[in-house]
Design a protein around this ligand. Structure first.
Ligand SMILES: Cc1ncc(COP(=O)(O)O)c(C=O)c1O
Length: 380
């Protein structure tokens, strides 16, 4: 059975006499017990912070999506990233972090991890098996993201996973771009896959939510322990919204994915454009890796414009009528941002022109194209 079919039927209450299709939301901090001796039982949920039936339903879906063994949630995608990292490091440890990881994750490493006595080395996302040379005696985690935020490089995941396993290092990936739909990192040997479910699963730009899925129970227990130590909690209402999003995520994803590829292909042929950063295009330097490891694209891609003043780039974005100006992606509405102000790489990504990013929503692709076309003269 395909995931899109499973996600309609999984994580729902059993039909009885007039049972609602969806699980009811249970809001609770205190959970009551009939008998005092049951309060400390390890096999039952003792307090609201540890989830609800809706969370359990949602966890099943993420575990299935990622072909994993355990799942934990966090109050945002960023919190899921930092939770996974904290589960894998202690003071004195060393993290290898891809240079193109989501900016706030790099910030977390440069500030919080540093304060806690954990050092980080950034590596070129295209390093492949060469990662082995960077692994130190105290390296406990390799942090990946594919394609990388803003610059869209891919990793050779099997090669990195093999090198990491040979030296007993955990690998974790931010899998937000693919939504777990077009990339299954755990099947390529990666240990933890993290999502900002805020994007496609939320789908409507109104919920922040994160998930971390582990390849095995042992690692899952470590992430659970960290979540309990930190005290992360996600509201049952938010979990419900993400679960509701999971029912239609495949259809919404496919629409936005197709629009993005069609716009990326068209933009590649435009005079104003130097390069389009979308791994499904044969011109992308990592296209072969994409063809080997991914089953599709996503809604998000970058465009390097021919050199032009910043004022003209801003005038172009301001002239768009259907693309909102704002962070994130995976919602029903299209977005566009100028990327250069947040492009601070240490060892990768230099472009010969301004970089912008499009996130396709659920509008008609022809309408989106017409909108970009009417704004392009602003670059002249
Ligand atoms: C790749 C990636 N990871 C993580 C996040 C963080 O997600 P959230 O906004 O839910 O904290 C984002 C948000 O844009 C993202 O693009």
């Amino acid at each position: 059975m395909k995931d899109e079919t499973k996600f309609i039927h999984m994580g729902r209450p059993k039909a009885g006499l007039g049972t609602p299709v969806n699980r009811e939301i249970t809001r609770a901090s205190t959970l009551l017990f009939e008998k005092a001796e049951d309060l400390y039982r390890a096999d039952v949920r003792g307090y609201g912070r540890h989830g609800s039936a809706v969370h359990d339903d949602l966890a099943k879906i993420f575990i299935e999506l990622e072909r994993g063994a355990a799942c934990e949630f966090a109050p945002s995608g960023l919190a899921a990233c930092t939770l996974a990292i904290m589960a894998c490091v202690k003071s004195g440890d060393h993290v290898l972090m891809t240079d193109n990881s989501y900016g706030p994750v790099r910030y977390f490493a440069d500030t919080f991890l540093k304060q806690m006595g954990v050092t980080t080395t950034r590596f070129d996302p295209r390093i492949g098996a060469g990662i082995s040379d960077l692994i130190q005696d105290n390296t406990t985690l390799i942090w990946l993201e594919a394609p990388g935020s803003l610059t869209f490089e891919l990793h050779d995941l099997p090669a990195i996973a093999k090198a990491a396993k040979a030296k007993g290092v955990i690998t974790a990936i931010d899998n937000t771009w693919s939504g777990g739909i077009t990339l299954k990192p755990l099947t390529h040997g990666i240990d933890i896959s993290v999502h900002a479910a805020t994007k496609y699963f939320g789908g409507h730009s109104d919920v922040l939510f994160g998930a971390g899925i582990c390849a095995n129970e042992k690692l899952g227990k470590r992430v659970t322990a960290s979540r309990k130590q930190i005290g992360h909690h996600t509201s049952p209402d938010d979990a419900y919204q993400i679960l509701r999003g999971a029912r239609s995520v495949y259809m919404r994803f496919a629409h936005a994915e197709a629009s993005a590829l069609s716009l990326a292909t068209w933009l590649e042929g435009r005079d104003e454009v130097l390069e389009v950063l979308h791994p499904a295009l044969t011109s992308h330097p990592d296209h072969d890796i994409w063809a080997r490891d991914f089953t599709g694209g996503a809604c998000l891609f970058g465009v390097v414009l021919k050199p032009v003043s910043e004022a003209k780039v801003l005038a172009f974005i301001n002239a768009l009528k259907l693309f909102g100006i704002g962070y994130s992606y995976g919602g029903f509405e299209s977005l566009c941002i100028q990327c250069d102000p947040q492009l601070n790489r240490k060892v990768s990504a230099k472009f010969d022109g301004p970089l912008i990013r499009f996130a396709c929503g659920l509008e008609d692709a022809g309408d989106l194209k017409a909108d970009i076309e009417q704004a392009l003269p602003r670059l002249k």
